[in-house]
Design a protein around this ligand. Structure first.
Ligand code: NAD
Length: 566
């Protein structure tokens, strides 16, 4: 039984009246003695409700809403008022609600952030705060932060520069850390770094909430990020996990290189994406009975996601005995100016190959390179044309087609097109969800290559085992674990990923495997090493039952004890 003092209240969500505050924590689920002690008797209807009933009301309200943005606003409101109820409902209906809390609806929410704003969530640090970041961190009411998701808002999903409106992304991502891996919400800190925006619409919008200035691209920006990293470890400790999210291409790679050996950090757009895409390919390999080394992969788009995926595929191929050069030769990149070849002016040297001849379009590239897999990560819309899909169907008995760009209208093709134009033979995955497709009486369930299959499980393992630097080998291990969790029956249904409804168990099992891996490979720094890793991981998982307290045994010093700001 928890004491009253363990009731956690976020200072930013404090209602003006401390007694009313208690109503917000679990609403009508407070028992009569609890209500009396808290001094809220009479402030709630007389019935004492179970969480089950509260969840039913919450779910019914959601069902009656048709507009995804309206659902998002409603969900975020419940998160502020009753965190445990919010996570319970999110977890129970994760397949339906993840697309609201995260992509694609979160993209819409970010675009309209200043217009739908109710209450601030997360920590805002602007370039004007240079020199004072540590004191801003001190304003955050939680001291036990284990994981931070930080964005500078420059490249939000496939939507571009949304400046400080990008805060919706760290908030949404951290919801998934808790919902998928059971990481306690108070251990998660969303951060938006505001260095301005080049989005002219926002700069002219009176409701915009960030600095009205063009992005600062000077040394001051780098100094700000350096100061942020240093302040975080000073405040929360060396093994605080800092996840970079939706930074612009040029900065994302730079910061990953700069910080990965100095801090406990990763970039989800690069490394998380890589792991989830590789897991899809490994699952496809299971379906085809053909090792990954026999694949030839053509990417549409040569940005963060493509490079991350390409490099992890190379690692997976090398693990199967190929040299690095052999593996890289299996991978081709096609960007907006065409196929990347040796003559291309590009910094992707690792994947520049001898020109295969004249290639004037992506269709040409497909017909020339004859890939077994095409992976779309351009964010540029329906570029896997009917002809491209048909060619893949002609070249391969079971073509692999991943249309990973977000949101849904940016996906390179629809699931329906992919299945229909290949007579149901393709192995398809997308970044945003597509519903099942019925073709010739058979139902195909498209895979959603959602990074949420990877980052919560990896983060849980990293936090629990005290990993200092997150090697790409950790992501390779996570990808293999994810592919292994798919059952044969699910593979037969056309799935390349386990059902999202099972993501809590998938994340826990991944965390267990990664904990085993990091201890076995000398990457873990938390001692003593747990002998039973499964119980070790499961014991930490946060659950959504209300903390109750025993008023009779509680030595009550006064009402203020109900508000803890530690
Ligand atoms: P990015 O901006 O780093 O890269 C996009 C690349 O595509 C750039 O190199 C750009 O030049 C290229 N490009 C743009 N238009 C093109 C065109 N018409 N033809 C060919 N290339 C073109 O972005 P990113 O982080 O690599 O993300 C790209 C897309 O992938 C986004 O839509 C993002 O939402 C999606 N994504 C999906 C997942 C997932 O499904 N799990 C994960 C990460 C990113």
């Amino acid at each position: 039984m928890a004491h009253l003092s363990s009731i956690r209240v976020h200072s930013l969500c404090l209602p003006t009246h401390s007694l009313t505050l208690c109503v917000f924590l679990q609403g009508m689920a407070f028992s009569l003695p609890e209500r009396q002690i808290l001094g809220i008797h009479g402030l709630l209807p007389p019935k004492v409700e179970t969480q089950d009933i509260q969840a039913m009301r919450f779910q019914n309200n959601l069902k009656n809403m048709t507009d995804p943005l309206q659902k998002y606003i409603y969900l975020m409101g419940i998160q502020e008022r009753n965190e445990r109820l919010f996570y319970r409902v999110l977890m129970e209906d994760i397949e339906e609600l993840m697309p609201i809390v995260y992509t694609p609806t979160v993209g819409l929410a970010c675009t309209h952030y200043g217009h739908i704003f109710r209450r601030p969530k997360g920590l805002f640090i602007s370039i004007r705060d240079k020199g004072h970041i540590r004191s801003i961190l001190d304003n955050w009411p939680e001291t036990n932060v284990a994981v931070i998701v930080v964005t500078d808002g420059e490249r939000i999903l496939g939507l571009g520069d949304l400046g400080v409106y990008g805060m919706g992304i760290p908030v949404g991502k951290l919801c998934l850390y808790t919902a998928c891996a059971g990481i306690r919400p108070e251990r998660c800190l969303p951060v938006a770094i505001d260095v301005g925006t080049n989005n002219q619409t926002l700069l002219q919008d009176p409701l915009y909430m960030g600095l009205y200035q063009e992005r600062d691209r000077s040394q001051a920006y780098d100094d700000l990020i350096d100061e942020f990293m240093e302040a975080v470890v000073e405040k929360y400790g060396q093994d605080t996990l800092i996840q970079f999210e939706d930074f612009g291409n040029h900065n994302a790679f730079r910061f990953l290189r700069k910080y990965r050996e100095k801090y406990c950090t990763f970039n989800d757009d690069i490394q998380g994406t890589a792991a989830v895409a590789l897991a899809g390919l490994l699952a496809a390999q299971r379906a085809l009975g053909k090792p990954i080394t026999e694949h030839r992969v053509l990417f549409l788009g040569a940005g963060e996601a493509a490079l991350g995926i390409a490099n992890l595929i190379v690692m997976a191929m090398m693990e199967r005995g190929m040299t690095q050069a052999e593996a890289r030769n299996k991978i081709w990149l096609y960007d907006k100016d065409g196929l990347l070849v040796k003559e291309t002016d590009s910094n992707q040297e690792a994947f520049l190959h001898d020109s295969p001849g004249t290639v004037e379009s992506f269709l040409d590239a497909v017909n020339t390179i004859k890939p077994t897999a095409i992976i779309g990560v351009s964010g540029a819309g329906r570029l896997f044309t009917h002809d491209v899909i048909k060619s893949m169907g002609t070249l391969n008995e079971r073509p692999i087609i991943f249309a990973l760009s977000n949101p849904t209208n940016k996906a390179e093709c629809t699931a329906e097109d992919a299945y229909t134009l290949t007579d149901g033979r393709c192995l398809f995955a997308s970044g945003s969800p597509f519903g099942p497709v019925t073709l010739n009486g058979r139902i195909y369930t498209p895979g959603q290559g959602n990074n949420a299959y990877i980052f919560p499980g990896v983060a849980l393992a990293v936090i629990l085992s005290g990993v200092r630097h997150i090697s790409d080998k950790v992501f390779l291990e996570a990808a293999k674990t994810l592919a292994e969790q798919l059952t044969d029956k699910e593979l037969e249904e056309g799935r390349l990923y386990p059902p999202l409804s099972n993501i809590r168990e998938v994340s826990i099992q991944m965390a267990v495997k990664v904990v085993e891996f990091v201890y076995a490979n000398g990457m873990a720094f938390r001692y003593p090493e747990p002998t039973d890793k499964d119980s070790f991981v499961r014991a930490t998982v946060w659950d959504t039952h209300y903390d109750s307290f025993e008023p009779d045994t509680y030595d009550w010093p006064g009402q203020d004890v109900f508000i803890t700001r530690n």
